[in-house]
Design a binder for this molecule. Structure first.
Ligand code: NI
Length: 166
């Protein structure tokens, strides 16, 4: 498995809820965390490794691999407050950054990798990261949250690169 990049169609797909947190999901989580740390990312959604299931992981302290990893299965935002604008990047959208407005405070519920219900209060970068990853589960990329102009410039750049590669 590898990290899929735009325009891979899996990134536009809405991920399905996880019904059984079984061995397949454990293996998926292992693969996702390995790839996230390899790429020095702070978060990853399952669609980014080609699996359309509602699983996200994040670790704001990614430099100390594995010490602060959060796994969130079937995440639901139950509370979102205030706004914050931050320049985001995405492992699936290489060489792109965009200023995006998100909620600053968030309460999220879901399940951990053992199936235990979890409730997370997040703010600032953690809240931004969780919203970014839940966006992935809904088939939304940071490209979809910037201006048409900025999006089209990036799309054209990628199309030209792909043409050049053939
Ligand atoms: Ni991303």
């Amino acid at each position: 498995m590898n990290i899929r990049t735009y325009p891979d169609p899996i990134l536009k797909k809405k991920a399905e809820p996880v019904v059984n947190i079984d061995g397949n999901i454990q293996r998926l989580i292992e693969t996702m965390s390995k790839l996230m740390y390899q790429a020095s990312g702070i978060g990853l959604a399952a669609n980014q490794v080609g699996v359309a299931k509602r699983v996200i992981i994040f670790d704001l302290n990614y430099r100390e691999k594995g010490t602060d990893l959060t796994v969130l299965i079937n995440p639901t935002i139950v509370l979102a407050q205030d706004k914050i604008v931050f320049e985001e990047a995405c492992l699936s959208v290489p060489d792109f950054r965009g200023k995006i407005s998100r909620n600053r405070y968030l309460e999220v519920r879901g399940f951990d990798r053992h199936g235990k219900p979890i409730d997370i209060d997040a703010e600032d970068l953690t809240a931004i990261c969780i919203q970014h990853e839940i966006d992935h589960l809904n088939g939304t990329l940071i490209l979809d949250r910037v201006s048409h102009l900025k999006r089209n410039l990036y799309k054209r750049r990628v199309e030209e690169l792909l043409r050049g590669a053939h």
